[in-house]
Design a protein around this ligand. Structure first.
Ligand code: FES
Ligand code: FE
Length: 432
């Protein structure tokens, strides 16, 4: 079914796809082959993209495979300790020189004619060159280096755009919300194991949009776990807000009152054991040593960094939506855990992640169903004159006295309107 895409006019205009106030988004944004092809160039070759976590690359020679849009890359720690990213395509005939998800190596050897490369991409040798007496231009025949690589909060980002602003400035006020999560635990967080990877028949923007701030589905699509009249649903309804620090990035949080108990601040899973609840409450008791008072009061739900990185806060999972076709993604999900947590706590956190948002997780299954249905709905050409409605809470969002960014009450869809505002700039900006 993922091959059903609209064979539309490649000259689609911004006006055809988006209302001027972003209150409506055309179904073709999610189903058009022409839109998809333009996104590869203007979104994925232009922005910072999340690739891996520093805890996956502890020693020289450690590497992981990743993607920048559809382009395969290798992220590796070199002998000098620096992280480099290179494009995983042999300069001889294009094969992938690295075929593993992750590991440690001194050399990648291309399977076709055995040219060999350092983990950071430099050509080491061409076996056939020696008998021919052929002089090698090693720099020209190395793997192509990705021009920009920077890290924030242990997250490794890279960009194919040499002119892009620094990662620090790209994240801007989003750092306030990222810090509230990544610096919350004493000793920090680490990725455990390789990513879970699976395919979904949906457009890449659907999971992204969901985790930028779609609080509106939690007590309904996930009603079997988060019943409408349950304490977690009421907490969301009462304190939930969506925040847009910069268009494109967003977060859904609860900004709890100061008097909230440490148990209520720390616990995201109503089914958590008493010992896990106590561990999380203890983290909250010491959080003021690491965060500002406002950050300490944040109980996050989700956040997203433009264009395709998402974080689910309560289950500590990072995920990237890799585009493969208008209606197909490869979804990668990493589990993060507090470095200093005792083993039995880590095990309970892992079980909580796996059962909720692992590939077969109950909540993940419900979300996946919604996204694949949404893609099918986006292909009903008869409805091209009925774009999707994104206007909930229109104009009610405003700056907040305590936290950075524009803030809307829970259910306000400004997080998505802002995403499409930025997307429009990338896709149709005059400078391109
Ligand atoms: Fe890689 Fe020939 S294609 S060595
Ligand atoms: Fe969901």
């Amino acid at each position: 079914m993922n091959t059903i895409v609209q064979l539309d006019d490649p000259r689609l205009t911004a006006e055809q796809l988006l209302a001027a106030d972003y209150s409506h988004v055309s179904r073709q944004v999610f189903s058009s082959e022409a839109v998809y092809q333009r996104e590869q160039k203007r979104i994925f070759e232009k922005n910072w993209l999340y690739l891996a976590h520093e805890s996956q690359l502890k020693k020289p020679g450690d590497f992981v495979s990743a993607y920048m849009g559809e382009i395969p890359v290798i992220v590796a720690r070199g002998a000098d300790g620096k992280i480099a990213v290179s494009i995983n395509s042999c300069p001889h005939r294009g094969l992938r020189v690295c075929r593993a998800d992750q590991g440690n190596t001194a050399r990648f050897v291309c399977p076709y004619h055995t040219w060999s490369f350092r983990p950071t991409g430099e050509l080491v040798g061409i076996p056939q060159a020696q008998p021919l007496g052929h002089k090698i231009d090693r720099a020209a025949l190395s793997l192509k280096a990705v021009p920009r690589v920077e890290t924030a909060f242990g997250l490794i980002f890279a960009s194919l755009n040499p002119e892009i602003e620094s990662l620090d400035s790209y994240l801007g006020d989003m750092k306030f919300y990222m810090e509230a999560f990544f610096d919350r635990f004493p000793g920090g967080l680490e990725v455990v194991g390789p990513a879970h990877k699976w395919q979904l028949k949906c457009n890449w923007k659907l999971p992204v949009e969901n985790m930028l701030g779609d609080i509106g589905h939690a007590a309904f699509l996930h009603g079997s776990l988060v019943a409408q009249d349950s304490a977690p649903a009421q907490e969301i309804e009462q304190y939930g807000v969506t925040v847009v620090p910069t268009p494109g990035h967003a977060s859904a949080i609860r900004l709890l009152p100061e008097e909230t108990s440490m148990e209520d601040r720390g616990c995201h899973d109503p089914m958590a054991s008493p010992e896990l609840k106590e561990y999380l409450a203890e983290v909250e008791r010491t959080v003021a040593e690491r965060l500002s008072p406002e950050q300490a009061r944040i109980k996050g739900m989700a956040l997203g960094v433009y264009p395709n990185l998402s974080l689910l806060w309560g289950q500590s999972t990072l995920r990237v939506s890799h585009p493969r076709a208008p209606g197909l993604i490869e979804y990668w999900s990493w589990w993060l855990t507090p470095v200093e947590a005792p083993d039995h706590i880590r095990e309970q956190l892992r079980a909580s992640y796996t059962m909720s948002f692992g590939p077969a997780g109950m909540l993940e299954q419900e979300d996946s169903y919604a996204w694949s249905q949404q893609f099918l709905g986006s292909n009903i050409q008869y409805l091209n004159d009925q774009p999707y409605y994104y206007g909930l809470g229109m104009g009610e969002e405003k700056p907040h006295p305590e936290i950075p960014g524009v803030v809307g009450r829970c259910y306000n869809e400004h997080y998505a309107r802002s995403f499409y505002q930025r997307w429009r700039g990338d896709m149709f900006g005059e400078e391109q």
